[in-house]
Design a protein around this ligand. Structure first.
Ligand code: ADP
Length: 256
């Protein structure tokens, strides 16, 4: 209604009125750049294993055709590449689904005590492979939050899996669930790995961000896990707090 009133007034008094509207587009530009960086990164991450698969298939159809040993070796590597690509596509889909429903508040009553037990069981084979024990420290009784079960499982799977991957072989990963009277419910995941240098901490939840080339080479992952964690926690109005000491280990805390 207001602009019409202004226009009417302008005609009535025969004055010329100009309506100036200012909008800061730097934030829009930033989001646009992030989106195109994201597409470029995702394409690159998919193109690399695809190129390698193509190379292996060509070798299998050509020089390695009659060599059962080479065939076996190549097929194992190819399976690894395909698994990596599936994981990447799953993570990309998770992120885009989360973006669609980011404005909806989750509304199930979730008890974190059995949920963490379930996550520990699901990660047991990986922990065994990496020679890490996952110790749960749970309070008596329930620890209920309003949430989405599958998403919270994904948060704790990502954090505990990271603690196993980047923690120290042979050392335990400790998971503490705190449910103090009158205090926020918190879950902390503590490892005794190499730690994260302070300058990397603010960037950990960026998509595709990995701390070191060494991590990207030697540890399986997509660099999307913590970006997914951040999206889910934002929807749950929960915070992610990181404490890390180089040479001692890292603690990721989710505060509801
Ligand atoms: P990734 O798939 O690479 O594990 P994430 O988004 O889960 O992706 O983590 C991003 C990066 O943060 C990892 O590549 C790793 O460099 C670092 N990181 C995550 N968790 C830990 C941890 N517990 N200890 C040390 N570094 C970690």
């Amino acid at each position: 209604i207001a602009p019409v009133t202004v226009a009417e007034k302008a005609v009535a008094s025969e004055e010329q009125l100009y309506l100036l509207s200012f909008r800061d587009i730097s934030e829009l530009r930033r989001i646009d750049r992030m989106r195109s960086d994201f597409v470029a990164n995702a394409s690159h991450e998919l193109r690399t294993p695809l190129a390698s698969l193509r190379g292996f298939i060509e070798t299998l159809l050509g020089p390695a055709r009659e060599d059962p040993k080479a065939r076996e070796r190549f097929l194992v590597i190819m399976l690894d590449q395909v698994t990596r690509m599936s994981r990447l596509v799953d993570d990309l889909l998770s992120l885009s689904r989360l973006e669609v429903k980011s404005h909806l508040a989750p509304d199930q009553n979730i008890d974190l005590v059995p949920l963490l037990g379930h996550v520990r069981d699901a990660l047991a084979p990986l922990a065994e492979d990496l020679d890490v024990a996952i110790n749960l420290h749970l309070p008596e009784g329930k620890a209920e939050v309003l949430g989405d079960r599958d998403e919270l499982v994904q948060v704790f799977e990502n954090l505990i899996e990271n603690a196993c991957k980047y923690g120290q072989e042979g050392k335990a990963v400790d998971v503490y669930l705190r449910n103090g009277e009158g205090r926020p419910i918190e879950v902390s995941v503590v490892d005794r790995g190499a730690g994260i240098p302070a300058e990397h901490v603010p960037r950990l939840t960026e998509r595709f961000y990995r701390v070191s080339v060494e991590d990207s080479r030697s540890k399986k992952g997509t660099g999307l896990g913590l970006a997914i964690v951040k999206h889910i926690l934002t929807r749950h109005r929960a915070r992610l707090i990181v404490h890390s000491k180089v040479g001692e280990g890292t603690e990721f805390t989710v505060r509801f």
